[in-house]
Design a protein around this ligand. Structure first.
Ligand code: DP6
Length: 329
């Protein structure tokens, strides 16, 4: 018997304009460098956590299907952290649903662990402020630290659990993000394993971290002055640099495919026609294109016309994690 009706949280994916790639402390999820992101208003994750004191173990479903193996252990390990914090011991029933593709480099682990953190904290009766919630979500998946916040968020790398958290960046900047979907299948290598291999074996890693720190300083200024061209240029070079470090890993990690390069070519052609559009890619072949909201339909159409397998979704800046507990009851 499930003892309580549970609490539900909704969180949205975020796309990093300055990337997080590589941890200095894997257990605590402390990254090597700060990162900065925009939370989107599409592809939310909705997660319900119910406590079940009679159950011996946690039960987890993804989109109605029971989770097994590593995915289920990762959720249980995260719930252990919450239980320890709350001084509680009940097992939980977790049902989670992604509106977008899972594990395809579209930040489903970011929205997933942000929603799980918020719902689990409420279910176990903890009261955390936004920074503490970000610290906790970080332990589930690093990028989830940023999905606690709407709009733009900066994750301070820090050096330990306390100093590594994200906070909101208060800027007006409100671009469109055209998601160019070329493949919705789950990736062959997890971002966790891929970033570990990059840190351990890529001779380019250290220099990318240094350039990323410099990119962040320039990016912060460009965001504050609403300068799409500079924000876009920095975001694109930062993402390409991250992928360059992966390509230099041994063995190479390659998420970019022929359709990805097709989208990148089309973005460059648009720029040559004076349409400001800039690409960023994460741990997968899909591309996100930053542009002016008024250009978004044209950008999306161009991607679909030039890359046959491409479908598009237009996103804008979205909200931080929310709890549905009041509405549900
Ligand atoms: C390429 O947050 O998925 O999207 O902390 O190991 O769970 P773990 O990794 P994850 O990595 C995301 C990496 C990225 C860049 C970014 O979001 O900053």
């Amino acid at each position: 018997m499930v003892a309580d009706p549970g609490v539900t949280a909704v969180a949205y994916p975020n796309i990093a304009l300055i990337k997080y790639w590589g941890k200095r402390d894997e257990h605590q999820a402390i990254p090597w460098a700060d990162s900065l992101s925009i939370t989107l208003d599409v592809f939310p994750t909705t997660t319900t956590v119910c406590l079940d004191s009679a159950a011996e173990a946690d039960r987890v479903t993804f989109g109605g299907t029971p989770a097994r193996g590593a995915a289920s252990r990762r959720v249980a390990a995260f719930l252990d952290l919450v239980r320890k914090h709350a001084g509680r011991s009940e097992s939980a029933v977790v049902s989670t649903r992604n509106a977008g593709p899972t594990g395809a480099g579209l930040a489903s682990s970011a929205s997933g662990f942000a929603a799980l953190a918020r719902a689990a904290v409420a279910a176990y009766g903890l009261e955390l402020d936004a920074a503490d919630l970000s610290r906790l979500a970080r332990r589930g998946s690093g990028s989830a630290a940023r999905s606690i916040f709407g709009g733009f968020a900066l994750w301070h790398a820090g050096e330990d659990d306390h100093s590594s958290y994200a906070e909101r960046v208060d800027v007006e900047f409100d671009p469109a993000v055209v998601i160019a979907l070329v493949d919705g299948a789950p990736k062959r290598i997890s971002s966790r394993a891929a970033m570990r291999r990059t840190v351990e074996t890529s001779p380019l890693y250290r220099s990318w971290i240094e350039s990323s720190r410099a990119d962040l300083a320039e990016m912060t200024e460009a965001l504050a002055r609403n300068d799409l061209a500079v924000v876009g240029e920095i975001a694109e070079r930062n993402a390409l640099g991250m992928h360059a470090t992966m390509l230099a890993a041994r063995p190479a990690v390659r998420y970019l495919t022929a359709p990805t390069l097709g989208v990148l070519d089309s973005v460059a052609v648009l720029r040559s026609e004076n349409v400001p559009a800039y690409a960023t890619m994460d741990a997968g072949p899909n591309v996100k294109v930053l542009c002016r909201p008024g250009d978004a339909d044209q950008v999306a159409l161009r991607m679909r016309e030039t890359v046959p397998c491409c479908s598009t979704v237009i996103a804008r800046r979205g909200p931080g994690v929310t709890l549905r507990i009041e509405e549900e009851r």
